[in-house]
Design a protein around this ligand. Structure first.
Ligand SMILES: [Ca+2]
Ligand SMILES: [Ca+2]
Length: 226
C-alpha cells in the first residue's frame, strides 16, 4: 500500500499520467513463469564434496524400546523421554492463622545417588538428603520427614523427632525404598508427618500422614522402574 502510494506520488509529481492500461517503464513486469532454471551450474567445491559424502541417516533404524527416538544402546532413561531433574533444594511449608510455620527443606536429596534413577522392579534403593526442619506451631510434637514414591501409598522417614522452632533442626538422613513391581516413572517426594513415630504407636502406620501423598512440588528425585 505504501509502495503504491509512493509510486502514485512519483508519477503525479512528474506531471505525467499515462492512459489506463499503458505499461510504464519500470512497472512491475510479470516474472517469466517458465524460465528454465540453471540446474547445471557447477557447484562450489565444498558443496560438491558435501553432496558426494555418504548420507547420514538421522532416523537410522535401531532398537528403541520406549519409542522416544533415543536408541536403546545410548538411552539412559528407558521410560520415555528423560524428565527434567528435580531441583536441588525443595521446601515444604505450612503456616497457621497466627503466621507460625512448620517448614522442611531438603537439600541434595538423591535416590540411589541420583536425581534420575533407573531401577529394576522390586529392587531397593537408598534415599538420602540433608534436611532442615522446624515446627513453630506445636512445640511438643514429634514430627517426621516422610519420603516415599508417588504414585504410592507407603512412606519411610529420614527424620522422626521433636524439632525446634528457631533455629531449625538440621542434619542428614537416609532410608530405603523399594521400587514397585509395575514398570514406569515414579516421583520420590516428601512431606511432614506428626505421628508418634514413623509408623505410629501401633507400628502399623505405613501410609502417608493424613493419607495424603505430597504434591508434585515436593519431588526431589524420580525413578524409572524398568
Ligand atoms: Ca529410547
Ligand atoms: Ca528414553
Amino acid at each position: 500500500m505504501q509502495y503504491a502510494a509512493a509510486l502514485w506520488l512519483l508519477v503525479a509529481g512528474c506531471g505525467f499520467s499515462a492512459p489506463a492500461g499503458t505499461a510504464l517503464p519500470g512497472d512491475d513486469a510479470p516474472p517469466p513463469g517458465d524460465a528454465p532454471r540453471d540446474v547445471d551450474a557447477p557447484a562450489p567445491p565444498a558443496i560438491d564434496a558435501a553432496i558426494d559424502a555418504p548420507m547420514q541417516l538421522v532416523d537410522a533404524p535401531c532398537a528403541d524400546e520406549d519409542s522416544d527416538g533415543v536408541c536403546d544402546t545410548v538411552d539412559t532413561w528407558p521410560c520415555g523421554p528423560a524428565p527434567t531433574a528435580p531441583g536441588n533444594t525443595v521446601t515444604w511449608d505450612n503456616v497457621d492463622n497466627q503466621n507460625r510455620h512448620q517448614t522442611i527443606t531438603l537439600t541434595n536429596a538423591q535416590a540411589g545417588g541420583m536425581k534420575l534413577l533407573v531401577v529394576a522392579p522390586g529392587a531397593s534403593f537408598t534415599v538420602a538428603a540433608s534436611y532442615s526442619i522446624l515446627d513453630c506451631i506445636c512445640s511438643g510434637c514429634i514430627d517426621q520427614i516422610q519420603v516415599g514414591l508417588v504414585p504410592g501409598a507407603t512412606k519411610q522417614c529420614i527424620y522422626s523427632s521433636n524439632p525446634s522452632c528457631s533455629p531449625a533442626t538440621t542434619g542428614n538422613g537416609n532410608t530405603t525404598l523399594t521400587a514397585p513391581a509395575t514398570t514406569g516413572v515414579y516421583d520420590v517426594r516428601f512431606r511432614m508427618g506428626q505421628d508418634f513415630s514413623c509408623t505410629g504407636n501401633s507400628g502399623m502406620n505405613v501410609g502417608w500422614w493424613d493419607n495424603m501423598p505430597p504434591g508434585a512440588a515436593q519431588t526431589v528425585a524420580k525413578i524409572c522402574v524398568h
